[in-house]
Write a protein that binds this ligand. Sequence first.
Ligand code: HEC
Length: 278
Amino acid sequence: MVEDSTRCLRRIGFSLAPVVLALAGCTAGSGEGLDAGGRPISGPPAGNSDFQEIQDTIFTPICTVCHAGANAPVGLRLDAANSYAMLVNVASVEAPGTLRVNPGNPGASYLVHKIEGTAATGARMPANGPPYLSQAQVDLIRGWIAAGALAAQQPGSVLLVTSSIPGPAETAPSGTNKLMLVFNAAVDPARANVNSLELRDATDQIVPIASAVVPPGRANVVEIALGAPLAAGSFQLAARGSGPAPLADMAGRVLDGDADGAAGGDWLIPFDVAGGTR
Ligand code: HEC
C-alpha cells in the first residue's frame, strides 16, 4: 500500500496506539494541520478520511470481488456507494445479535471478527484468502470504528439520493419485501414516510408501502418495508422531491430528485424482481 504524507496527516488526531504506529512511517514535518489542498483542517474529524482510505484501499479492491450487486453474499455490498449504509449500526446476518460495525466498539463489531478470523460463523474474510488483511489494514478498520465510525465527508448543497437497493435496473431476488435508499446527508425522519415515496408495478398500479423509516444510528438511510413480498415483474420506486410531502434533510433542504442542482423533482428507480427459484 502506497502511503503519502497527506494520508498520514489525515490520521493525526487519533490517540490510538495502532494509528500512532502507522504514523511512524510518515514523513515528519511538512504541512501538519493542513488538508490535501493545503487548507487548514478545521471542522471535519479525522475519521472521515479514514473511511475513504478503507474504501479505496480495502473494500473496493479486495472485497467487492464478491460483495457487490444484487447477489452480494448475505446482502452485504461493500462498493463505495453502499458500504457505509450496509455496515454501520446494521445487524449481522450470520450473528444477528451483533452489529456489523458498532461505533466506538471494534471488539463488538462483526466486521472485525470476520477479518480477524474470530467469527463463530463462516469463513475468514476475504473468503478467497489467504492472503487475509495485514495487521495495518485491520488496525485501520479498528481505529476508524474506535473513533466512532464516521462517514466519509459528503459535501454538497442539495439533498440527493446517492444509492438504492435494489439499484437502478437491477433484478432483486424473489421474495423481496424491503427496499433501501441512501442519501448524501441526514434525512429528516419526520419527512420520511409512506407519503414521501411511491411504488408502482408494470401496470402502473400503486403497490402498498407499509412503512418508511430512518433507522437508529443510520441517519443517511431510509428503509422501506412493503406490505407483502413483491411478485415477479417490473417496478418503479419514486422518492419525492415534489408534491405535498417531499423528503428533506435535517437543514430543511428538499430532495433534488432530478439531480439538476436545485431542490425538487422526484427520484425514480426502475427495477425488476426475479420470479420463482431463480
Ligand atoms: C471470494 C468472495 C468473498 C470475498 C472476496 C469477501 N467476502 Fe465477505 N463473505 C463472502 C461470503 C460467501 C460470505 C457468507 C459466508 C461466510 O461468512 O463465510 C461473506 C460474509 C461476510 C461478512 C458477514 C456479514 C454478516 O452480515 O454476517 C462480512 C462482515 C464480510 N463478509 C466482510 C468482508 C470483507 C470486509 C471483505 C474484504 C476484506 C470480504 N468480506 C471479502 C464472500 C466473500
